[in-house]
Design a protein around this ligand. Sequence first.
Ligand SMILES: [Zn+2]
Length: 117
Amino acid sequence: MATHHLSCHCGAVSLDADIELDNLMTCNCSMCGRTGAIMAFVPVSKLSHIAGEANLTDYQFGPKRIHHGFCKTCGGRPFARGPGHDGQEWAMVNVRCIEGLDVHTLEIARKYDGKSA
Ligand SMILES: [Zn+2]
């Protein structure tokens, strides 16, 4: 498990996340289809040093289980969170926000059909 540093575009929001880049997912739901996140899922406990959280909006839709945070300044979306089926809180980390990462080097392991879910 490697620790990656993530930030929104303007830098108002940043965090560290212990994530692997070998099981990444995209999704075609009404949200992900528009915002284009490439996601890694980890328990919220794998996030640390979250800075600027007050600069995030808290957007929810549909069943309103997931908190989609968007930077109020630049619209960046480094992470979202919500309860998993196991009852513990999970984070969706948008690996596009990893600093210094070339997203073209990423392999997408799974395309989730959220549009049909
Ligand atoms: Zn920002």
